[in-house]
Design a binder for this molecule. Structure first.
Ligand code: TMP
Length: 392
């Protein structure tokens, strides 16, 4: 029932930034599959959560203004629309959402201890643990059931979806709300942003697939919003099936119809996508190689986990991209996984010494272009592979 449509080769853990140049690193096959029965897209190799989400997880939500603004807006909406007495966030990261709520109204769950420490130190109850039924039981015993569960860019990182949704149903009151948001499969296919696939992203949800999966766990989607975050995400509003007090918005059928019209229910769509991915690889490599032949200086902008997929799939190393610049302290002075390109602390003046910047953080393009007006004014140019490789 699972058909493979894309092979992204051998890939290191996307967030395992190396301490030393050419440090030995394990690599795993990254293959992507489509399930014809429930329409779910997933990667093949499942790497243990403990290996990926540990005490050194470098990604921090609060690093980007776009994400901070998005969480602030959502917090206002949650308070106005759902008025929860107690809410729980699965994957609370460094507290970018939590900080918008009173400390006695929100509980965090965060398996990476370097991150859970940040919110615990600020007085927000945060369980440093993986989301599963044992943890849900522990929380229910201590705090009772919760009115709302929120999770952004996290559930797609957990292999056992059965356990994920069973635990959610267990902890949520009957009238409870589940809000999840994750990159949209439709946007990924449309934008040819194949770097959404890396070992942490086990699934890339569509409304179509999510609807099929959660119905077995007494859950159904009652509203959907399209978001610009992470290169185009969907926010799903979910209720218990037996809660008839909430009407199902037309947005749900609308989104599913758009996805079906585009062909997300058919393997042929994914096979076409795979062809475009191969073409994109060739073209990006050509652009970089030609510029380099003309002695142009190229840097990477945003040492994202997504960029790990690109570098390793396209075989791009420091001969083509000299350095990456990034604002995240935990990434600085380390090396891009698998390709040994050094990551330097973001410095605007340093960027101005370069001719071209490959946009690793293309999902923050608007924010970055605003910030880097001078770079472009003095002749600097960006390179992206989204939606196709180009210089701009
Ligand atoms: P993400 O795409 O996985 O969210 O990661 C974004 C990365 O890009 C993160 O490491 C921070 C970095 N970044 C910058 O270096 N400068 C910026 O202006 C922005 C918006 C992000």
């Amino acid at each position: 029932m699972n058909s493979q449509f894309l092979n992204l080769g051998l890939q290191p853990l996307a967030n395992e930034y190396l301490q030393k140049f050419k440090e030995k690193q394990k690599k795993y096959h990254l293959k992507v599959f489509f399930n014809n029965r429930n329409k779910l897209v997933s990667i093949s190799k499942r790497i243990s959560s403990k290996k990926m989400f540990n005490n050194k997880y470098p990604y921090k939500s609060s690093m980007s203004k776009t994400m901070k603004d998005s969480f602030k807006k959502l917090s206002n909406e949650i308070n106005k629309r759902f008025k929860p007495n107690l809410l729980l966030e699965i994957g609370s990261n460094d507290g970018a959402l939590m900080k918008n709520f009173k400390k006695n109204k929100i509980i965090g769950v965060e398996p990476c201890s370097n991150l859970s420490k940040i919110t615990n130190d600020k007085g927000f109850t945060t369980y440093n643990d993986y989301w599963n039924l044992d943890l849900a039981k522990k929380i229910r015993k201590k705090k009772g059931k919760v009115d709302l569960i929120y999770s952004a860019n996290t559930l797609t990182h957990i292999s056992d979806l059965k356990s994920v949704f069973k635990s959610i149903d267990f902890l949520l009151v009957k009238s409870g709300i589940l809000i999840i948001e994750d990159p949209s499969l439709l946007e990924c296919i449309k934008k040819n942003s194949y770097d959404q696939f890396y070992n942490e992203h086990i699934y890339l949800f569509s409304a179509l697939a999510l609807k099929n999966i959660i119905k077995k766990f007494n859950l159904e989607i009652f509203d959907i919003k399209n978001l610009k975050t992470h290169g185009g995400s969907l926010r799903y509003y979910i209720k218990k099936k037996d809660n008839n007090n909430i009407k199902i918005s037309k947005n749900v059928v609308k989104q599913i119809n758009i996805e079906i019209k585009f062909g997300l229910n058919k393997i042929s769509t994914y096979k076409n996508f795979a062809k475009k991915v191969k073409k994109s690889k060739k073209e990006l490599k050509n652009i970089l190689t030609k510029l380099k032949k003309n002695n142009k200086k190229i840097i990477g902008y945003g040492a994202t986990a997504k960029a790990t997929t690109i570098l390793n799939y396209c075989n791009i190393d420091s001969k083509l991209i000299e350095f990456f610049l990034d604002t995240t302290p935990d990434k600085m002075n380390k090396f891009m996984p698998g390709k040994n390109i050094k990551i330097l602390k973001y410095n605007q003046n340093f960027l101005h010494n370069y001719d071209y910047a490959y946009l690793g953080a293309w999902n923050f393009k608007d924010e970055i272009l605003k910030k880097e007006m001078k770079f472009r004014k003095i002749g600097g140019k960006f390179i992206t592979h989204v939606p196709y490789p180009k210089i701009f």
